[in-house]
Design a protein around this ligand. Sequence first.
Ligand code: ADP
Length: 480
Amino acid sequence: MRKTKVLLASSEVVPFAKVGGLADVAGSLPKALIGHNIDIRVVMPKYRDIPSIFKDKMEYICHFFVDIGWRHQYCGVFKLVYENITYYFIDNAYYFDRKGLYGHYDECEQFTYFTRAFIEMLPHINFKPDIIHCNDWQTALTGFYLKESYNNNPFYSEIKTVYTIHNLKYQGVFPKEVLPDILGIDWKHFNSNSLEFYDSVNFMKAGILFSDVVNTVSPTYSQEVLTEYYGEKLNYCLKDRLQAFSGILNGIDYDIFNPETDKEIYQNYSASDISGKYTNKRELQKLLNLPLKAEVPIISIISRLVDQKGLDLIEYVLNELLSEDLQLIILGTGEKKYEDMFRHYAKLYPDKISANLAFNADLAQKIYSGSDLFLMPSLFEPCGLSQLISLRYGTIPIVRETGGLKDTVKPYNEFDDTGYGFTFSSYNAHDMLYTIRRALSIYKDTQTFSKLVKRAMQLDYSWNSSGKEYSKLYQELLEK
Ligand code: ADP
């Protein structure tokens, strides 16, 4: 049987460049699809920040030129086969030889260029995918371009598009003037049924309206975004595509996130023998200058420090929370107000809070493995990977019941002895505090708590089932 050919386009991909969960997904979904008779290849920008161990092995394939506004821009294509997956890297020093992935003044032009570049790359590399799977706002224009700009070229006429929304909040909204100047699109498309959005241009809206199917990263979030509260002003647009819209839960890479083999942690352990977890806890306390107390619970937070993550709830009750006998570890960067808050409290309570205001993947693993509880009280959460990683490492999550958190963290019920986490539903600081206190009281019952740890570690949130669902989504799309 002929393999289905898919090009997955993403602005970040693990292990080459990562800012958030999108990179994890783009890095692990392809591996999960190999066994499903799918020839999946991945394309991303050739950023300066990609480690040289990868850059040195890339092979130059070809180059051509892409028209972007009035510019005629060079586009080099490099290739690397890594762990049996073919990756293409779009090379242009002007757009990608920069520090950091995002936040430059010309993101609109940068990612319009990227999108046009990988569309135009296809005939040059002689790869005609059945499907282009694009992700988030950076590659959202793909479906629009295929339908409106490349439709007269027979090479492109049969290519279908899947569009995955990883976070509806980041939409790629730019002043309307970019339409002709950068996107090269006629003003006739500046209307409410197309790219216009409150007198601006919205990339994500284009992705929703012009892709053949659209999905987001958990079933609950796919329902929530249809409402005013979670819909970020695109709920009506999503409702228009209801027949083509679904929610598929993300997984995590169980080879990378594996407490039995993880090289970043002090001692490996498994669900059948969790004793190594206690060594990790002690070493973590040592590393972060916290009192070496085995019996005191460690609650950790590993997160971007932004409003989405529910940090204002923590701010509201932090004094009360710190009156409990616990240790709190934070790893994250983000908004200054939250960084300042954790810095301030870490000075006030050096024996209780360790504030690590950095992005540090190695330290993250040490924290996941050495903590007892993981706090994630998000305002909204499309899927969330951190709670899945913490479950895998037997660190019990305390979460708000929203989006993917609701789909993945089953609350512990002591009456029928089910579940493995602690959850609350209203976005309310004292509801959160009450839930944390309940978790702390269960923690004191060591027998019950270690039962929860083992139960969490035995769950399967790998890509196995999500990979199957994406494979099904592709097949159904091709049969339409
Ligand atoms: P989001 O994509 O909204 O940031 P997710 O929970 O989906 O949130 O994914 C976040 C990922 O980034 C997780 O793998 C988490 O461990 C990692 N992460 C977040 N902040 C940091 C940090 N400061 N240092 C290391 N890893 C981090």
